[in-house]
Design a protein around this ligand. Structure first.
Ligand SMILES: [Zn+2]
Length: 470
């Protein structure tokens, strides 16, 4: 089974992949609660002859599907969680299917299925006897809260991989060769003493004042952290009625920076700010650590291999109807968004004129850091890793928006998903067909040099469990 046949095989099975991606799009599930999406995929893979492992500690919606024997062992990661409050119909205006419900504003309904399709295609080639090795698809929960793969890493499921691949929905086709910001996500819970705010204010110790003073301290701290670092927060509990001194209040922080050790340093300083605020207000503060992940170490050898395969697979070709829908969606973007998104993706200038990207961009982001976070980072510091983005959305669409949700449920998304699946499957075919093992050797050599003197430490402290929604 040649590589060309793999691409054709993916096209032949596209109804199954489209149907699965649409089922997940129509049934958006919160992080760690993707029960339908994960069993849909696990069932398909089991029927295809993959062995399924579902016993990952505290992760009921994670699974590992495997086919083949011996080395090399190649991994593909997939995701399927949705974002809060982004429920959206397939139309070019804000129109929730269900008010307040989650929606696929990051295209993870496509992400997981694209990876699954690639794994199934590689399986065909292994089964035909033409290539040898083991293919694994990782059903990964809760990417949106930057936690799923980091918890999975604790279980050691990525440790024996020779290489790992992924992709992500976006508005252009490119090798995603940049790094991302490492992050810690934690809630600071302040506890004080309740009292009548008018009749006995002297009896009260306000937890909300603790939160407010912590935020002021954080504003002052911001001047003394590196330019690319970020601290942002929302007050998740500000108390109740104004006439009652709040006994409980909470603030949720993200601390981000280009390197993991910078995040840890800033996070320690932020904890001191919280303790100072608690001391000033005679309240107590407790830190609830939710998640943390590494920056990304992209493997250039594997990135170049993916680029070659993007060319061989050929970029998605969009119909006039796709282009018309893209134009309608783009007309709703806030002024300056297209330029801002393209800048953040290090996109070439000519993309600005396009409605949908039908080209292929090589490695514009190499050596740069994208101002977002992604939980594949923890895999990339353990095994050679590469990923691409595919044009599932109109050019200049911001992720985590209703426009991204609408496009992820349209033919635009499906076409780009099939392109991503072919690229990943083709890249893995090349690795397994390379009897000299030369590409893998080079990618491992690069990884070894890049991680010289580095010891990986999982960012999630022992005892912290995934927060599974009710
Ligand atoms: Zn995403």
């Amino acid at each position: 089974m040649s590589k060309k046949k793999i691409f054709i095989w993916i096209d032949h099975r596209q109804d199954l992949f489209k149907d699965t991606a649409m089922k997940i799009w129509e049934n958006p599930e919160k992080p760690f609660a993707e029960f339908t999406a994960s069993s849909l995929q696990a069932d398909i893979l089991e029927k295809e002859g993959f062995t399924i492992r579902k016993d990952l500690k505290d992760l009921p919606t994670a699974f590992v599907a495997e086919y083949g024997n011996g080395r090399p062992v190649i991994g593909i990661t997939g995701e399927y969680d949705a974002l809060p409050k982004l429920s959206q119909k397939r139309v070019a205006q804000r129109a929730p299917v269900q008010e307040g419900a989650p929606g696929h504003g990051c295209g993870h309904n496509l992400l997981g299925v694209g990876g699954m399709a690639a794994a199934m295609a590689v399986k065909q080639a292994i089964a035909s006897g033409e290539i040898h090795g083991t293919i694994r698809y990782y059903g990964c929960p809760a990417e949106e809260v930057l936690a799923g793969k980091v918890f999975m890493q604790k279980e050691g499921v990525f440790d024996d991989l020779d290489a790992c691949f992924s992709w992500h929905p976006a508005s252009m086709n490119q090798v995603w060769s940049c790094s991302f910001l490492a992050v810690n996500s934690a809630v600071f819970h302040f506890s004080g003493i309740s009292a009548h705010a008018a009749a006995a204010p002297e009896m009260g110790r306000s937890a909300l004042k603790g939160v407010e003073l912590m935020n002021i301290g954080a504003h002052y701290l911001r001047e003394h952290i590196s330019d690319q670092a970020r601290m942002h927060c929302t007050i998740t509990n500000g108390g109740g009625e104004p006439n009652i001194v709040p006994a409980e209040a909470s603030v949720w922080y993200y601390v981000r920076a280009p390197k993991r050790d910078q995040v840890e340093d800033i996070f320690d300083r932020l904890k001191k700010v919280a303790e100072g605020a608690a001391m000033m207000t005679e309240t107590e503060v407790r830190v609830e650590f939710l998640a943390g992940c590494y920056d990304v170490l992209p493997n250039e050898v594997l990135g170049d291999l993916m680029y070659q395969n993007m060319l061989e697979a050929g970029p998605p070709k969009f119909s006039d109807a796709d282009k018309a829908f893209a134009r309608e969606l783009a007309a709703t973007f806030p002024r300056g968004q297209k330029e801002s998104v393209l800048r953040s993706y290090f996109a070439p200038a000519d993309l600005k004129e396009m409605d949908l990207h039908e080209g292929i961009v090589k490695t514009e982001g190499r050596g740069k850091v994208m101002a977002g976070s992604i939980d594949v980072g923890d895999i990339s510091w353990n095994v050679p890793f590469a990923q691409i983005t595919a044009a599932t959305w109109p050019v200049g669409t911001a992720s985590h928006t209703w426009q991204a949700a609408a496009a992820s449920g349209s033919d635009i998304g499906i076409k780009a998903m099939l392109f991503a699946a072919k690229t990943i499957a083709g890249s893995i075919f090349d690795l397994l067909a390379d009897s000299s093992g030369e590409i893998l050797k080079k990618s491992k050599q690069e990884f070894k040099e890049a991680t010289k003197g580095f010891t990986y430490k999982n960012p999630i402290p022992d005892g912290v469990k995934p927060k599974i929604p009710n």
